[in-house]
Ligand binder design. Sequence first.
Ligand SMILES: C[S@@+](CC[C@H](N)C(=O)[O-])C[C@H]1O[C@@H](n2cnc3c(N)ncnc32)[C@H](O)[C@@H]1O
Length: 202
Amino acid sequence: MQEIYRDEFWAQLNFWSKKISPCTILEIGGGTGDGSTTAFFDAINSGSKVYSVEARLERFQELKKKPVEALYGCSVSAGDYMTKSQVKDFYKTIKTTLNNNPLKVVLGWRKEELRTVKDLPQNVIKDIHAEFVFIDGSPFTGQKEFYYSVEQNPMIKIIALDDVNDIKNFHNYWQLCTSTQWERVWENLTLRNGAAIFMKKS
Ligand SMILES: C[S@@+](CC[C@H](N)C(=O)[O-])C[C@H]1O[C@@H](n2cnc3c(N)ncnc32)[C@H](O)[C@@H]1O
């Protein structure tokens, strides 16, 4: 797992979360809490609450030692995962860094994830209305997470996306770029698989 730690994206997560503090932050894909989660520690110190979701038990065990509300389970439901044919279509029609991996390997990741997440608590993010949302979970659930945590969320002010040049957040990134309701406040498309932050226009 590649952690976001003390790079340009980390600094921007830190800056924008402090800027709207105190607020509620939702981090999807917290990992062990030693990477991107630490960017929110300053916001926590100024009164913000961070919900951080993680599906792997061994990572969650570390995450829950951090000063966040650590949530164990699958962000959405196993039925919300992209289907095999949706993954194949994306792979064949949109050239992203995903194509650095053979399609067979990518489909294997999806199969393996589904095998493990179906037995976990489901829909962990559904009732959280955060003002700041960071999507960095499974490659195969980014659009559904966006739907529940951004589109269905009247509180949303800031959305941060990792892997915008990959299957995880490609469509979310372009939806926000072409929307009149959102302003892109930062991006770096050459940092790993690209990352960006958007602010809702008032
Ligand atoms: C790229 S890593 C996150 C890295 C983290 N943001 C950091 O910088 O330290 C993605 C994380 O999402 C978790 N994950 C994958 N699918 C998930 C799901 N459906 N629900 C919640 N977490 C998930 C993985 O176990 C993994 O720890």
